[in-house]
Design a binder for this molecule. Structure first.
Ligand SMILES: Cc1cc2nc3c(=O)[nH]c(=O)nc-3n(C[C@H](O)[C@H](O)[C@H](O)COP(=O)(O)O)c2cc1C
Length: 430
């Protein structure tokens, strides 16, 4: 099958050039209209760039969905201190694989997005913090940055505009916590990747103690397209409060896993059964995680909703970064949750006691239940630990670990009980 498979319901705006190796080179990118958005942005006032992005309703694609233009407008207007634009290309959320694809196919789109973001927030230096394990995307991006420097798109007096912006590609060592914005800043400074207390917020004191803005790869690429085509163009897709298109990464039990770009608000059920081809081997859907492993699980009966921030919140979950993990009726939910919690226990930076102790303790109990040695009281303990892990730590890694525990016990209690009862009867027979 040609890559990428494109469903008729898709609107490929960000992913238009997936599968087109010609778009990777500077010449190829220019031939496809590349660097037009940057030229346009540099001809606009910085405030006008911010206002256009604000008017578009674009919300951050890194997970929290914070409005991008509003975030940009928090940066000081008249400060003499250096400003920094950080691009978060860590892509560490389990189930997510969109940013690395955007970089692999359209590295210059990201460079443009970074330069436009940096211009808007008065930054003279932008950093792309990329996960070091992304070997191929890193090589492609490094080459594109070299080409863009040589062509005068990055550096001093960009395209004769009088604007100077440098761009540095920084490789992380591969830690989930370094995707958290202040953990990333610490890591970039050469410190341990531990999140910082907020306030002060990054716009006041970010990387190197200077005003900083951090955005996800997909966010910055969308922002460049908005500057080129206008806020109304972007608003033609999506809902009132969740505008534009979004890349969704689909993994698990579907006929067609992969990256799909659909307008925000697209029906989730139709997405799974039509765009992704449904569940293989005639099996039934059991559960879906709609936004990366950090968000509450939905049952098969809960998916007739829009793929937008508001509809997902109304259903008790989150759109997150748009990573859809599909599980059919053969899935052992307890095992899946245990694996996720093992991940969070491994990735906890250890600064906050509820996270350090809570994730490890919950993983231990989940393993016990999975192996048939659990009791019903363990479920209460898990809920109690989860309660103490939520809203009580410096960053939300701890909350993220608690979400699948709580939602799975609430929605799939019978699965937990089945393992507990089986263990009890085996013990009685011994
Ligand atoms: C533990 C943790 C890991 C995160 N990992 C990522 C990541 O890999 N990529 C990302 O863009 N955002 C990640 N985030 C969200 C960032 O902290 C931040 O909100 C985001 O980069 C802001 O960009 P946006 O406004 O464009 O969404 C993570 C957050 C947490 C708490």
């Amino acid at each position: 099958m040609a890559y990428p498979y494109t469903h008729p319901s898709e609107v490929r705006v960000l992913s238009k050039y997936f599968g087109d190796p010609g778009a990777r080179t500077l010449k190829g990118w220019e031939a496809r209209g590349g660097y037009r958005p940057l030229r346009k942005a540099l001809g606009m006032g910085r405030g006008d760039v911010v206002n256009e992005v604000k008017a578009s309703g674009l919300r951050g694609r890194g997970g929290a969905g914070f409005p991008t233009g509003v975030k940009w407008s928090f940066m000081p207007q008249a400060s003499e201190r250096p400003h920094y634009l950080l691009c978060n290309a860590d892509e560490s959320e389990p189930g997510t694989f969109k940013d690395r694809e955007l970089i692999r196919w359209t590295p210059h789109a990201l460079i443009e997005g970074c330069l436009i973001g940096a211009y808007a927030i008065r930054a003279q230096h932008a950093y792309i913090y990329i996960r070091g394990e992304f070997f191929e995307p890193t090589q492609i991006l490094a080459k594109a940055i070299e080409e863009a420097y040589a062509a005068g798109y990055i550096g001093k007096n960009i395209m004769g505009s009088g604007v100077d912006i440098d761009l540095t590609l920084h490789l992380g060592a591969g830690a989930y916590i370094c995707g958290e914005e202040t953990g990333l800043m610490n890591s970039l400074e050469g410190r341990r990747g531990e999140p910082r207390l907020k306030p002060p917020f990054p716009a006041v004191s970010g990387v190197f103690g200077k005003p900083s803005t951090i955005n996800n790869v997909e966010t910055l690429i969308a922002a460049a397209l908005i500057v080129e085509n206008g806020a109304d163009w972007y608003r033609q897709w999506g809902t009132e409060k969740s505008t534009g298109t979004k890349l969704f990464c689909v993994s698990g039990h579907v006929e067609r896993p992969g990256n799909f770009e659909v307008p925000m608000g697209f029906n989730f059920k139709e997405f799974i059964y039509d765009v992704c081809g449904g569940i293989p081997h005639g099996r039934k859907l059991k559960a879906v995680i709609p936004g990366g492993s950090s968000v509450p699980i939905l049952t098969a009966d809960e998916i007739d909703i829009g793929m937008d921030y508001e509809a997902m919140a109304a259903a008790g979950t989150m759109l997150g970064c748009g990573s859809v993990i599909v599980m059919d009726d053969t899935t052992d939910i307890v095992k899946q949750v245990r694996r996720m919690v093992d991940f969070y226990a491994h990735e906890s930076c250890g600064q906050c006691t509820p996270c350090r102790e809570g994730t490890a303790w919950a993983a231990k109990i989940l393993r016990r239940v999975e192996n048939g040695w659990g009791t019903e009281a363990d479920l209460d303990t898990l809920l109690d630990i989860s309660e103490n892990m939520s809203g009580k730590t410096i960053c939300v890694l701890s909350d993220a670990a608690a979400a699948p525990i709580v939602s799975s016990i609430q929605k799939f209690r019978t699965d937990y009980l089945a393992l507990i009862r089986r263990g009890e009867s085996l013990a009685a027979a011994r």
